[in-house]
Design a binder for this molecule. Sequence first.
Ligand SMILES: C[S@@+](CC[C@H](N)C(=O)[O-])C[C@H]1O[C@@H](n2cnc3c(N)ncnc32)[C@H](O)[C@@H]1O
Length: 270
Amino acid sequence: MPQTTQAFAVGSRGQDEVNRAVYFSPAVPWYYRRMSMMPAETACLSKYESDWLGRDVLDIGAGTGRTTRFLAPRARRYAAIDYSPVMVRYLKKRMPEIDVRQMDFRDLGAFADGAFDFVLATANVIDALPHPDRMRALAESRRVLRAGGVLAFSAHNLNYKLAFSGPRMRWCWNPVRLASKTVQYAIGSWNHRRIGPLRARTPEYALLNDPGHFYASLHYYAARATVHEQLERSGMRLVDVFDATGRVLAEADDDSENPWLFYVARARPQ
Ligand SMILES: C[S@@+](CC[C@H](N)C(=O)[O-])C[C@H]1O[C@@H](n2cnc3c(N)ncnc32)[C@H](O)[C@@H]1O
């Protein structure tokens, strides 16, 4: 286990431990078999192509390398990090030519100030972090970006209409699918109850079970305005918000249908 991960658990032990148990599980790469890019990612990478194509890119929480396959051949420099030794081993084995390191979002100390033009943290990596660590991760992102560089990341949406819902059983007539749904519902319900004491609501954010991994992880949910304000505090300016379909959301648009949103911010000069 990397030293850094343990050091950051102070004060928010529960959330960090719960999420590490998920991401450090030997079975975790199986969960990330999907290899295609998501519409929000495609929309962002297309709109901000001049910020990453042929430039220096850092991919945080790269997992099994879904985004690596797209970005690495097109970047000038591509570095991937993940705090899970399981993921890092997997990625090193599948793509030995890639610069992949077991490192934590909260401490990018191995990289110099202003080392990158584009930092990507997709699939809600940032939401696994407790609040003080989230702010530290944002500050670290700003530090490793050049002025004007881009941080692109997705994060759970507190305004999502089902954010506070637990697992739900859905009936279907196919007996095999029904059996599978029943098992998933049972595991999800058990995890939801097990993690229940750690769920929390503050004026700024909520800690809620993420439906992924059968409700076994505890993720940070924040509203758009909060993320905007957190980016400002971290020396970055929010420039775009995409929904899951890749549509740019205007400030007044309703976002209650979106479990997560994809944010793009630019580093302000320091
Ligand atoms: C939801 S998965 C996404 C994987 C990949 N980005 C993708 O989209 O397929 C989140 C990944 O972030 C990693 N992760 C979570 N917290 C992290 C942290 N504090 N530092 C680095 N990696 C982290 C997990 O190990 C996992 O591989």
